[in-house]
Design a protein around this ligand. Structure first.
Ligand code: SAH
Length: 242
């Protein structure tokens, strides 16, 4: 039987709200729609395939990790500034690096350059245990508080020079470096299990790097180049001097 539609069609104004991405900050501030759109872009435009990575990116509230004034831009296709002149990486870079780590719930992961703690939270959704290092004390403290407030208990963030690794917790299934290194930091390779993966941006200039994946083998390691990227410098004993 014909009758009135049970749900009114969206007015043109409503449909442009859905399609343009120009909507005002959502009233409930949980940004579920922009987060879904970000994940669709990661999958359809950037070719992120790992369902665990896409689920983690959908679950972690990225807007909680950026300065309040920039929250409405948290799910855009770009990096954003955080405190202490550092940046939270572009969502694609976070997803790609995480995918290259090939981790699951049994993995023990080390992260160097925790920054806001966003990447830490994404890793903690997938891995069993995450150890993260940040050299700027204020960022390390804030990131640790933030991830606890979000109910994440399988990640620990400490402040020291991450180019040395975290020997007490080694060996790791996977290590992610979120800052650009002049060369592959040797202590990090040494702290990988055989078969373990290290993903690190490496470049001769401080501004531009290639995303390198190192896979530890019985006798040494092999390297793969996954393309150009731009990170803030990795500063430390096995990184840049300043
Ligand atoms: N993954 C972060 C982005 C970090 S930006 C996020 O999701 O927000 C890179 C971070 O690496 C900066 O916070 C910088 O302070 C940190 N860093 C640079 N050199 C480091 C080192 N030797 N050890 C630990 N952290 C370092």
């Amino acid at each position: 039987m014909w009758g009135p539609p049970t749900r009114a069609r969206p007015s043109p104004k409503e449909s442009s709200f859905v399609l343009t991405g120009q909507e005002p900050p959502e009233r409930n501030q949980d940004y579920a729609l922009p987060r879904d759109r970000m994940c669709a872009r990661l999958r359809d435009h950037y070719g992120i395939r790992d369902p665990g990575v896409l689920a983690a990116m959908r679950a972690v509230p990225r807007h909680c990790f950026v300065p309040e004034a920039l929250q409405s831009r948290s799910y855009g296709d770009h990096a954003l500034p955080i405190s202490a002149n550092q940046t939270i990486s572009q969502p694609y870079i976070v997803a790609r690096m995480t995918e290259l780590l090939e981790i699951d719930k049994d993995s023990c992961v080390l992260e160097i350059g925790a920054g806001s703690g966003y990447q830490t939270a994404v890793l903690a959704r997938i891995a069993g245990q995450v150890y993260a290092i940040e050299r700027i004390a204020e960022l390390a403290r804030e990131a640790q508080t933030r991830i606890r407030q979000l109910g994440i208990y399988n990640a620990t963030i400490k402040c020291f020079d991450g180019t040395l690794g975290w020997a007490a917790r080694a060996p790791y299934d996977a290590i992610l470096v979120a800052a650009g290194a002049p060369r592959i930091p040797a202590p990090l390779v040494a702290q990988l299990k055989v078969g373990g993966r290290l993903v690190v941006p490496v470049g001769e200039s401080r501004e531009l790097q290639s995303l390198i994946r190192v896979v530890r083998t019985e006798t040494g390691y092999r390297e793969e180049d996954h393309g150009g990227c731009a990170f803030v410098p990795l500063i430390g004993q096995h990184g840049w001097s300043k």
